[in-house]
Design a protein around this ligand. Structure first.
Ligand code: DND
Length: 260
């Protein structure tokens, strides 16, 4: 029996159900009516996915960083991008061993993750992820994005958020082409930083314009380096980091003796 005939059968049953005094309605009719309802719901879901797919599938932002410590500049940029791109959420991923900072002395991965968790706690769209903390070795972004792509599936757009200064070095990252094929990059442009498009186009070709996007974000000239220096000098870091992060830094005595 064709699908159309089955559907006509179900419709007949439904009409019959509505027209029949309820006492004479038997179990098979109820089953048919339930089947019809399920079929209608499946058809509706299919139509929504087909026509509203782009709208339904909101993107996921990924803010990777050493976060030593995380500060208001990171948070403001992430929120600005989230709002501009209508992202469902932004994952903050502290790097266990940041590829370009392997020689650098940084606070422990646990402390940086704890500060990241505190910093994002009051934003329902933000989430701290320990995905890089659970891996041994260098925290290559290409490995992280491959894992996230597998977790979220092929259709959900992934947006890696980064400062424009960092994105100009993208050709030097681990497996840069594979990485850029798997996700989009949002380059948050700040004062004094601009995308080096000729360099990026020469390296990535058409993928550059398709997957690298520039977004002018408000400038908050804060850096983790400055925050660490101010802590060593006994100066205030209020309003540079969330209050909860400052409390954690003071409580754990971070950055007091870490020399640059
Ligand atoms: P950083 O060490 O620069 O992080 O690392 C950024 C991300 O790039 C991490 O996920 C790294 O694993 C990844 N990376 C870098 C190099 C090579 C590879 C991967 C590879 O796979 O080969 P920071 O904590 O210093 O900064 C985090 C982000 O915040 C950066 O994108 C930075 O540009 C940005 N930022 C600001 N944005 C707005 N306002 C401010 C900012 N200060 C830093 N004031």
């Amino acid at each position: 029996m064709s699908l159309l005939m089955k559907l006509q059968g179900y419709l007949r049953s439904l009409r019959q159900y509505l027209a029949t005094p309820k006492g004479s309605f038997d179990a098979r009719d109820y089953l048919k009516a339930a089947g019809l309802m399920l079929l209608s719901m499946a058809a509706l879901a299919f139509v929504v996915k087909l026509f509203l797919g782009e709208w339904v599938m909101k993107g996921i932002g990924i803010m990777g960083g050493t976060f030593d410590p995380i500060h208001m500049g990171h948070l403001l940029t992430a929120e600005y991008v989230r709002d501009a791109y209508g992202l469902e959420k932004v994952l903050f991923i502290p790097a266990a061993n940041s590829p370009f900072k392997l020689e650098k002395k940084v606070e422990s991965a646990e402390d940086r993750l704890a500060m990241t968790r505190l910093a994002v706690a009051d934003n329902p769209h933000f989430e701290a992820s320990d995905i890089e903390m659970r891996r041994e070795g260098v925290s290559y972004t290409s490995d992280t994005i491959a894992l996230l792509r597998a977790r979220f599936g092929p259709d959900v757009p992934l947006y890696f958020i980064t400062g424009a200064d960092a994105i100009n070095d993208l050709p030097d990252w681990h497996h840069p082409r594979e990485l850029l094929e798997l996700c989009h990059f949002i380059a948050a442009t700040r004062q004094g930083t601009a995308l080096d498009l000729p360099k990026l186009r020469a390296f990535f070709g058409a993928l550059c314009d398709a997957h690298i996007h520039e977004l002018a974000t408000p400038e908050l000239e804060i850096s983790s380096t400055e925050i660490r220096a101010r802590i060593r000098q006994g100066r205030s870091i209020r309003y540079m980091v969330p209050e909860s992060v400052e409390t954690y830094i003071r409580k754990e005595g971070l950055y007091r003796c870490v020399m640059e």
